[in-house]
Ligand binder design. Structure first.
Ligand SMILES: Cc1cc2nc3c(=O)[nH]c(=O)nc-3n(C[C@H](O)[C@H](O)[C@H](O)COP(=O)(O)OP(=O)(O)OC[C@H]3O[C@@H](n4cnc5c(N)ncnc54)[C@H](O)[C@@H]3O)c2cc1C
Length: 555
């Protein structure tokens, strides 16, 4: 057994164990392009985390990213400011960011954004947690306060991870950034689990087979770390294992004032000492303060070289490189994409990408009244709540003294999110209040609501058509094709010049770190496309891909 170390676990692999955080902080920089390419325009579709990360780094190399956005700036990092509240926000997309996301935090720290511990279940930040299943309610501050069944479930999952995934050894290898050892442990897991579901993993484990069906139900509803995971039961187990081994569901923080400040900050940040551009240049300045409209068409110019982008107003521009960060199924729905730009096997991967549904509903309340004590029990009158009722997860945000507080009344996925889909915001709030009333009969949340509630169903928005990828069994090959597409030297000419990035291209969908890492892959790809290269002392993802790239499963 490897000796325990104090090094932190980071999102280092396991499929492609490349140190993105070291690459972007190295003093030599990410690489350079020839002077003849300086100032050349690159079309970037989208303005979310991936688009802004890639655009920022491409600008620093001397390229001119031109940003197209069909919806709201920031994409799925969307912080809704309650009307007239002076900065009180609700995170409609990404909201809790594990500290193992070191690529993402590089930009958060660079922008000077403040973070706080996220009020997840049974954490000190939540204060107290209520778990309400099948009408039975338990109150606790830590796992130790909950009945035995919760401990048994937690222990069983830990045991199952050891039994089937060499969990401690794999985590140690990730901590130590030991790429060889990671591959030794992870590659056989890929072969064994690509075509098997999360549910299969649970039921076929020795640990859970000793326990009752009720234990599996409790696991599905309460899960590990942040809440219920039954909505992921049908996903490939590999995706869940990545979350576990990279500690994506642990030690999460939120960005004070809203995570949308990340893409907006990168857009506005004025940078000195860049290749080609004068000091003080920003993405915003290069784009005259605004993004282009949404992209309607991507095609190859008749010269066979350049790519043509047609925007929503019919304006056509030509580029040597295009980076698409929108969700992949939009390339066949809202964007007319020349079929010849990708090989058919790639289309298979893009079209088979499966997106999950997700819905959230927030209200602003006059104060964090949930911290009032119930005179009979001495407990908080209301707590962070996990339940099998339709609200599923209810999160409480105290914005500090004298400020309104915020409640995420319901955060749900898949079938639970679909239940909300046809409903208006008021109907959603009323349903959530009715469900919570059954758990907290003495609390009148409605009396505390101020301002207008806000809701989102990501699957209902034509700019997304889903919240995030949730890979199904057998999707490893598709993921591999999309992830490795940034290396284009072996592609036929007609398939070159179009790049992809975003969490849907990554191995870790639903985590912004995947958007950042794939954006950095695309930076390497675009740099190489323009004839550039990395510094010898700071190899980039494409340089080491032949050695460290994901294992290949035969076709
Ligand atoms: C409900 C929810 C909860 C989440 N929770 C977390 C979390 O807690 N922690 C975490 O780390 N991550 C979380 N995520 C994931 C995180 O939000 C994403 O990984 C990240 O925001 C994705 O960034 P992206 O750049 O890949 O894609 P996006 O942000 O989706 O950017 C793509 C952009 O392309 C635009 N676009 C679409 N079509 C066109 C077109 N035709 N022309 C031009 N532009 C177009 C879209 O409008 C969008 O702005 C969550 C996501 C959701 C939806």
């Amino acid at each position: 057994m490897t000796a325990p170390t104090s090094k932190p676990v980071t999102a280092f692999g396991p499929d492609f164990p490349f140190p993105y955080d070291e690459w972007i902080t190295h003093e030599a920089g990410l690489g350079q392009i020839p002077e003849s390419a300086h100032g050349k325009k690159v079309a970037v579709i989208g303005s979310g985390a991936a688009a802004m990360t890639a655009s920022f780094e491409l600008m620093r190399m001397g390229l001119h990213p031109v940003i197209y956005e069909s919806g709201q700036f920031g994409g799925r990092l969307r912080s809704h400011e309650f009307e007239g509240s002076g900065g009180i926000t609700a995170e409609l997309g990404g909201m809790r960011f594990p500290i193992s996301s070191t690529g993402f935090y590089h930009y958060i720290n660079m922008l000077g954004l403040e973070t706080e511990e996220f009020p997840n279940p049974l954490t000190p930040a939540a204060g107290s947690t209520v778990i309400d299943l099948e009408g039975e309610t338990h109150y606790g501050e830590t796992l130790a306060d909950l009945p035995d069944v919760y401990h048994e479930v937690a222990m069983a999952y830990d045991e199952a991870l050891e039994e089937s995934a060499h969990f401690s050894a794999l985590k140690d290898a990730i901590r130590n950034r030991d790429a060889g050892r990671i591959k030794e442990l992870w590659d056989p897991i890929v072969e064994e689990w690509d075509e098997r579901t999360f549910y299969d993993f649970v039921v076929s484990s020795k640990a859970f087979s000793r326990l009752s069906f009720r234990h599996r139900e409790v696991f599905g509803q309460v899960g590990f770390g942040t809440g219920g995971w039954d909505s992921d039961f049908s996903n490939t187990m590999l995706e869940i294992l990545r979350v576990n081994v990279c500690e994506l569901d642990d030690d999460q923080r939120y960005v004070v004032g809203g995570v949308e400040q990340m893409p907006k900050g990168l857009w506005q940040r004025e940078v000195d000492g860049m290749a080609h551009w004068p000091d003080g240049t920003s993405l915003s300045k290069l784009n005259n303060g605004g993004t282009r409209a949404g992209v309607r068409k991507i095609s190859r110019h008749s010269d066979g070289q350049q790519l043509e982008i047609t925007d929503a107003w019919g304006r056509v521009d030509s580029y040597e490189a295009v980076l698409a960060t929108c969700q992949s199924h939009l390339l066949t729905t809202s964007i007319e994409t020349d079929e010849d730009l990708f090989e058919q096997k790639m289309w298979m991967a893009l079209d088979r990408t499966r997106y999950m549904q997700s819905s959230k509903t927030f209200v602003m309340v006059d104060r964090p009244f949930w911290k009032d004590k119930d005179p009979e029990t001495g407990r908080d009158v209301m707590s962070m709540t996990l339940t099998d009722r339709l609200t599923r997860g209810t999160y409480l945000f105290d914005n500090g003294p004298g400020k309104p507080a915020v409640i995420c009344l319901t955060y749900s996925w898949m079938t639970d999110a679909l239940k909300m889909l046809p409903l208006s915001v008021d109907e959603r709030v009323n349903l959530a209040l009715a469900a919570l009333k059954k758990i907290y009969p003495k609390v009148d949340i409605a009396q505390h609501i101020v301002g207008d509630p806000v809701t989102v169903s990501w699957e209902d928005d034509p700019n997304f058509l889903g919240a995030f990828k949730g890979a199904l069994p057998g999707h490893y090959r598709y993921n591999s094709r999309m992830y490795g597409h940034f290396i284009q030297e072996k592609l036929p000419e007609k398939h070159r010049g179009i790049f992809m990035a975003g969490d849907g291209v990554s191995w870790t969908p639903a985590w912004v770190e995947g958007a950042v890492q794939t954006a950095l892959n695309s930076v390497w790809g675009i740099m190489t496309h323009f004839g550039g290269s990395t510094h010898q002392g700071n190899p980039g993802p494409g340089d080491v891909y032949p050695m460290l790239g994901p294992m290949v499963l035969g076709e």
